[in-house]
Design a protein around this ligand. Sequence first.
Ligand code: ATP
Length: 398
Amino acid sequence: MPLLVIYNPVCGDSTTKSFFDEHVLPLLQESGKVPDKVVATTHPNHAGEVLVEFLNQHEGEITVVLGSGDGTLNECITTLSSAAFTGARLNTVPKVVFVLVPCGTANALYSTKLPPPPDGMLDMTYRLQSVKSFIAGAKTIPLTLAITTLSSPPSARTRPRAKISAVVVSTCLHASILKDSEALRKEMPGLERFKVAAQQNSTKWYNSWVKLLPAAGAEAVQIYDLDTQTFVDHPDSHSNDPIVDLDGPFVYFLSTVNVDRLEPAFMISPLSSRIPPTGAACDLVIVRPFRSPNVTVDTPEAREAFVPTLWKVLGDAYRQGSHINLRYNNKGEVTTEGDGPSVVEYIRCGGWEWHPVDDDDGAHFLCSDGAISEIEKEGRAVCSAAVPNEEAGFMLHV
Ligand SMILES: Nc1ncnc2c1ncn2[C@@H]1O[C@H](COP(=O)(O)OP(=O)(O)OP(=O)(O)O)[C@@H](O)[C@H]1O
């Protein structure tokens, strides 16, 4: 099978080239897996360009050893999803098997599918697991894609833009963090830049209307039930009218596919691996402050007072994803006892719609695997999950 090696020399702490020269490329050579081409990316989107060119030059399924973070993987998937192929591939959808070498800052997909050891040591052996699976001809898994369409207002009569993600689509705090953390990348190359950006955005609330749609083949939208610790039908989703409407304000609205975490220890959607979906589905993690018995108005004081609750949720996501079991007691305190309302709404659905309220500028940002887009005024974002068929699409060696 044709073998392409691509690595991004500037992702993570910029040590990818030396890791490939010292470990990955020698290991492939020793194992008789001789790459047809090795490319270090020189600019954003270069990985996707190289991949399309390689596919046009080779037939059949190809394998790509990719040294990067989630952003470069996303560029590959996004470029391939809209590429125009030539020759034998004209009008076909290729099948690409990825072998990941985690070199980025967060490596969400890698650390979900190949969880780090309990001691947290992300050493060479850990980083070479997907390569070793490839060499051994071991397991591959299909990747679910989230396709988000950003629509202009109906009056604009312009084509919607589509964004493809293999990890996360978000609005609210997470999108604000990703937007603002990019400006901090140079001065803080590690994960701390996300924490600084989180502090900067901690009192923001976001106004939007949301619709939740059931997964294909499911009768209803599913919601995590804290009492039984299982998914149950959402109380507002019925077989005759399965669509659930939610109103804001929202503080957190984040949807994942394939992953249960966004960093090795930040397990924001833990049920993705604890109760894996059977088909294409998004796991949605939502925090709406008005679920707290203490919050009845949206004022600067109420936003400030809600910050500790938000930090508790995000802090517990770092404790094996235990935020999903938090409840409010009747005083509005956050606890794991009793039978009060859940702090987090953890939803499993086929897709969702986000209709930001016009005058709320912050609600118009959308993050798709780290890339930020702006939803136009009177526009909306519609996301749905899809799994490609066996002959096409993206696989991952694990
Ligand atoms: N030679 C290059 N110079 C500048 N940017 C590049 C180059 N090659 C790739 N890029 C860009 O680097 C960006 C960051 O890469 P990537 O997302 O893979 O790593 P990361 O952000 O460190 O990790 P993660 O996404 O896991 O947090 C990508 O958006 C990609 O377009």
